[in-house]
Unconditional design. Structure first.
Length: 90
């Protein structure tokens, strides 16, 4: 299983209606947290009803909790856009 597959699988606990994931590791080559082969720097856009009524900090904590130990390794950086469905429809 790839790192991207593992991330998607773990985030399924949030029942996302949209999940877009991009490996941006190549943009960070030479950076202290970058590893050869990528899989260290990610950009995530996720929409879930689980985020309804939650603050940005609470949403990020939910994502970090779902990802668990991946946040220690191999993920070095994660850029997150997390919205509820009503924020998309507006």
């Amino acid at each position: 299983m790839t790192v991207a597959d593992d991330i998607r699988k773990r985030l399924n606990v949030l029942a996302p209606s949209l999940l877009e994931l991009q490996d941006e590791s190549a943009k960070h080559a030479g950076h202290a947290g970058a590893a050869p082969g990528g899989n260290t720097h990610w950009k995530l856009a996720i929409v879930s009803a689980a985020f309804t009524g939650k603050s940005t900090v609470a949403r990020h904590r939910m994502i970090y909790s779902a990802l668990g130990d991946l946040m220690q390794h191999p993920i070095h950086a994660l850029s997150i856009t997390a919205k509820s469905p009503d924020e998309i429809d507006a």
